[in-house]
Design a protein. Structure first.
Length: 152
């Protein structure tokens, strides 16, 4: 599984975005969201019960996404199996950290575990989508032949 460039034509310019830089920018965005939500969730007054739970678990969701995306923007795994093993190990470590909080006197919240699992599934979905996009050729032009048929 290589990091093939994703191509998108923007007007008259061709912009090439590699999968690695896509992971980097998405990872930075997720890290910023996780950091911004932490003070917001403690100062928001008058929010609904559902909103309080979503804001309480959001740093776990966005934090795991940021960790996975920034890690894979920095390294290039040689095999697809290595990629998924690392993702599963990081997710399992994050889950273990949350579960161990139950016995260390810190706050244990089962919604954080659900948020981590949702973050893992979101990362998998993003990886599948970007993997499929990198195999397509969006800049392929279709030229008509003299007999009127179109061919690439």
């Amino acid at each position: 599984m290589g990091f093939q460039p994703l191509k998108r034509e923007l007007g008259r310019y061709n912009m090439v975005i590699s999968k690695q830089s896509l992971y980097f920018y998405a990872g930075v965005a997720n890290a910023l969201i996780a950091l911004v939500i932490i003070p917001i969730r403690t100062t928001t007054i008058g929010q609904s019960h559902v909103g309080a739970h979503l804001l309480g678990s959001a740093p776990s969701f966005f934090g795991l996404l940021a960790l996975l995306m920034l890690l894979f923007s920095a390294i290039k795994p040689k095999a697809s199996s290595t990629f998924w093993i690392i993702v599963i190990i990081i997710t399992a470590g994050t889950l273990a950290h949350e579960i161990l909080q139950n016995w260390t006197g810190r706050v244990f919240d089962y919604l954080d575990i659900i948020a981590i699992l949702c973050g893992f599934l979101t990362f998998c979905l993003i990886n599948i989508i970007t993997g499929r996009l990198s195999k397509t050729r969006p800049n392929q032009r279709v030229e008509p032949t003299p007999n009127g048929e179109a061919h690439p």
